[in-house]
Design a binder for this molecule. Sequence first.
Ligand SMILES: Nc1ncnc2c1ncn2[C@@H]1O[C@H](COP(=O)(O)OP(=O)(O)OP(=O)(O)O)[C@@H](O)[C@H]1O
Length: 373
Amino acid sequence: MVSPAVSISYTPLSICNGNNNSWSSSTSSKFLRCFPSFPVSSVDDENAIRNRRVACACVAPPQDFTPAKFNGAHKIENLSVNKELEDESDVLIECRDVYKSFGEKHILGGVSLKIRHGEAVGIIGPSGTGKSTILKIMAGLLAPDKGEVLIRGKTRHGLISDEEISGLRIGLVFQSAALFDSLTVRENVGFLLYENSTMHEDQIAELVTETLAAVGLKGVEERLPSELSGGMKKRVALARSIIYDTDEGCNRARVGMIYGFTSQGSSNYHTDIPTHHFPPKVHPVLLYDEPTAGLDPIASTVVEDLIRSVHMKGEDALGKPGKIASYIVVTHQHSTIRRAVDRQVSYSPFVPQFCFALFLLTELERLFLSSVP
Ligand SMILES: Nc1ncnc2c1ncn2[C@@H]1O[C@H](COP(=O)(O)OP(=O)(O)OP(=O)(O)O)[C@@H](O)[C@H]1O
């Protein structure tokens, strides 16, 4: 089993990107390795973490760190240092110098980042800095005031369009599970298919059961959301974001349709992929907004491993390879960065102190977990 290690950097740069062996000697010498192994809990799944390339993203304030003057416009910086990633052909989503304000509030001030095929990216930063906003912009639910969003190299104009996402399936899993309270788990997970596919109800029911099993839930199909724990709700939301139409008979005209639900009506965005296997040119990308918020450390671990397992480099609870090409996780929890992310993008100028605080919290969490019999 590969054990992720956490390192402390004495520079704001906190990335160990790429594969486990990607530390150059000059880089590794700048880092103090402090936790050679991650605590093994009962929910650890060797398969789920076997394919983890890196889980390392923690920074301490540099000794000479002086916070930059805050001028109201935060900037996300892609801190990747991996030269291998300079090839542009595998970029699925790119934000280029994106600005966004709400009224007088300047939320995003020149955000640039790229999400590549196969990547697992974490976005970390203080509350209210615009992390959810950038996810919504990437998903095409909000338009930037200035700057560009490119989907597989093509500039998106305005909000998401059917044409644009014919090659990309973007799912957005919101912070709250945002299930429909009056619908059963089966109806929630299968909602899009019941509403929009030509699949027979029995087929949908079977697919829902299979998808729930993939996220480790069995026998909950007929329950209402109010009868589930917070962690179970998150898993149901995850199942809803990865289910897709298996009806080969469906024509492809529906590829690229997008549906949305938030807590006031819409929270999870899907496209409807009507083939059992994703067409070769369709890349499912999931955007998770604080998927472990409000969960205890063990429930968080389950969700973090599930996020890994539905990724193309993982295996789901049924032992099948995951189907998600790339994903982004917005989180406040360092454990989520450590377990579920290969690469981290951070908000400046506060991130060194913020990550250091997260590091301390994670250590408390680790001590707590290790003391549990
Ligand atoms: N539709 C909107 N209208 C007006 N203000 C908004 C809107 N959406 C977000 N904001 C404001 O933009 C700021 C950034 O919000 P956002 O949800 O993106 O932050 P965040 O970094 O994800 O925060 P948190 O970590 O607390 O979830 C907040 O001050 C929020 O009130």
